[in-house]
Design a binder for this molecule. Structure first.
Ligand code: ADP
Ligand code: MG
Length: 211
């Protein structure tokens, strides 16, 4: 049996990293020990690209460079880590994936959706997640949480209207692909968020694992 790719998406401070640890435990308890990865990054070349993407020193990076760097890291991650793992029957849990490019580089930076779809096709080897949890919350709330975490990276330094466009693009994508996405209300207290997440993962396990 080939593995499954589950991705966590959402804006800054939505709770992706927090939720990821819980999903990992839930899957492991069901006998599925997932491989964890994150974007941008997840390989040694990809983590070097991540540094470049997030360093506020590169404030002048143009939208085209940003998009191509995101996909350069993703191309490597898909071929070096995710495809081999899925092929070996391993489940993969990723903190962000291609939906983030549609939201940030598409919605946020205005890069054409068709170009991003082309990149998804050839650079990301047409790999699509089996399940995507979108942690959705008001921009100000997410930024307040992320702000408490430490210094803002290059992308976190954007203005609120950028993050509003990112949120709108994420929500539109989730609405257009309801069979793959589960929209989670991440504005709630963590315990309530985790309950919604656990229910979504449980339902996915039910339909994925042999009875
Ligand atoms: N539902 C929640 N309610 C309140 N605080 C939360 C919630 N989820 C996460 N946090 C806190 O918000 C901050 C950002 O969470 P994190 O998981 O790092 O978000 P992300 O990875 O999406 O940027 C962390 O300090 C985390 O403990
Ligand atoms: Mg995080």
């Amino acid at each position: 049996m080939s593995g499954r790719l589950i991705t966590l998406e959402g804006g800054e401070g939505a709770g992706k990293s927090t939720v990821l640890a819980h999903v990992q435990q839930q899957l492991a308890a069901a006998g599925v020990v997932p491989l964890l990865t994150r974007e941008p990054g997840g390989t040694s070349a990809g983590e070097a690209i991540r540094q470049l993407l997030l360093d506020p020193a590169y404030r002048g990076l143009c939208a085209e460079s940003e998009l191509l760097l995101m996909f350069a890291a993703r191309a490597q991650l898909v071929r070096e880590v995710i495809r081999p793992a899925l092929g070996a029957g391993r489940w993969v849990l990723s903190d962000r994936f291609t939906d983030a490019s549609f939201a940030y580089q598409g919605g946020g930076r205005g890069q054409p959706i068709e170009r991003i779809a082309d990149l998804e096709h050839w650079a990301a080897d047409d790999l699509r997640p089996d399940l995507t949890l979108l942690l959705d919350l008001p921009v100000a709330q997410g930024l307040a949480r992320a702000g408490a975490r430490g210094a803002a990276d290059r992308i976190e330094q954007e203005q609120a209207d950028f993050f509003e466009r990112v949120r709108t693009a994420y929500r539109a994508r989730a609405a257009a692909q309801p069979q793959r996405f589960r929209l989670i209300d991440a504005s709630q207290p963590l315990s309530a968020v985790l309950q919604q997440v656990a229910a979504a993962i449980d339902a996915f396990l039910q339909r994925s694992l042999p009875a």
